[in-house]
Design a protein around this ligand. Structure first.
Ligand SMILES: *Cc1c(COP(=O)(O)O)cnc(C)c1O
Length: 350
């Protein structure tokens, strides 16, 4: 059973809705979402469409469903989706692309989740009778298992140009798009302009309890609406949760900068602990991967010792851990985590 942790760096999904967000939810005006009659959901969709410069947007229960629906809209069974080898759609969506859309995944060997237009061109299959059809390019911004890496806007632009030349579509998994926007200073619209479909998660750094919003042109959203229903994602008085999304867009976007500062602070402190290996320069947003190989401890040993003191950090490999900062984490918690880790490791190294 999951325990409560005093300092929870396991994921930015572990945020709790604030009092003000809960009040916004309690006061939401609601209706039947399936009939597009929930005013709060409609308002959230308008806000996201506007933010991303797209014709329409669709409120969904999760980011996973955004990816599933976008792949389903763009692809036929047997088609191929080009993405990075670390893609969340490959590793963490229970084989959904294969189960729900019947697609093949064509992983690219990118650098921390980022690949180039040239790599895309090499991965596109020639049109001939025996090959699967290359149909969709799927980018993740920021790249989760790449370490929170931000896509350079120029590369996204070139990949989109390649897609247009070759008749492919571009999808952006924007679970943490707003982290990329806050970090890079490139507006959301600049990324969206070079994506045929994209989405933002409300339940990651934005601090909502649930929800994600998928955007695209009218035709795309019209088809997405059908698959939302088919996949069981249509809701009723969803304004209760959509209100949290509106609150988050109005209050929790600019503060993502604090999360990025705290991640830098954590990485810098970890770097000074003997036996810990961390690439501080690679920490661009709110995700910090580090390796405890030099301590003689396994990642599970370290994680358990931390848990005993109320600190939660996820294990991602034999000696690798992943920490995420978010709106329930402040500077003092970062400092305390580093102190606790120092003590654990000093005890081991003697
Ligand atoms: C979390 C995440 C998802 C899935 O979002 P959920 O809202 O948890 O379903 C998809 N892609 C990336 C990159 C993520 O980090």
């Amino acid at each position: 059973m999951a325990a409560e942790f005093r300092i929870d760096l396991y994921s930015d999904t572990h945020t709790k809705p604030s009092q003000a967000m809960r009040e916004a939810m309690a006061q939401a005006v609601v209706g039947d979402e399936q009939q597009e009659a929930d005013p709060t959901t409609n308002r959230l969709q308008e806000l996201v469409a506007e933010l991303l410069g797209k014709e329409r947007a669709l409120f969904l229960p999760s980011g996973t469903m955004c990816n599933a629906i976008a792949y389903r809209v763009w692809c036929d069974p047997g088609d191929e989706v080009i993405c990075d080898k670390t893609a969340h759609t490959i590793s963490s969506e229970t084989g959904g692309p294969s189960a729900l859309s019947g697609v093949m995944m064509r992983p690219i060997d990118g650098v921390r989740g980022i690949f180039t237009a040239e790599q895309v061109r090499d991965a596109i299959r020639p049109i001939e009778r025996h090959s699967p059809v290359s149909r969709l390019i799927s980018l993740e911004n920021t790249s989760n298992f790449g370490g929170g890496t931000v896509w350079p806007i120029g590369e996204v632009q070139q990949i989109y140009a390649t897609a247009q030349e070759t008749g492919l579509k571009c999808h952006m998994d924007g679970a943490r798009l707003l982290n990329a926007v806050v970090k890079s200073g490139a507006p959301s619209k600049a990324y969206a302009q070079h994506s045929d479909s994209l989405w933002i998660d409300l339940s990651k750094g934005l601090g909502c309890p649930v929800g994600a919003v998928l955007a695209g042109d009218n035709n795309f959203i019209e088809r997405a609406f059908r698959f939302k229903h088919q996949f069981g994602g249509a809701m009723r008085q969803s304004g209760i949760i959509a209100a949290a999304g509106i609150y988050a867009l109005e209050n929790n976007v600019e503060r993502l900068e604090e999360d990025h500062c705290n991640a830098q602070r954590l990485a810098t402190k970890l770097y000074s602990i003997p036996g810990i290996d961390v690439d501080v320069d690679c920490v661009e947003t709110n995700i910090v991967f580090f390796d405890v190989i030099g301590t003689g401890l396994t990642a599970i040993d370290v994680s358990n010792a931390l848990k005993a003191q109320g600190v939660h950090i996820g294990v991602v490999g034999e000696t690798k851990l992943r920490a995420l900062t978010h709106l329930d984490i402040d500077e003092a918690m970062i400092d305390e985590t580093a102190e606790i880790l120092t003590t654990i490791i000093q005890k081991q190294l003697g």
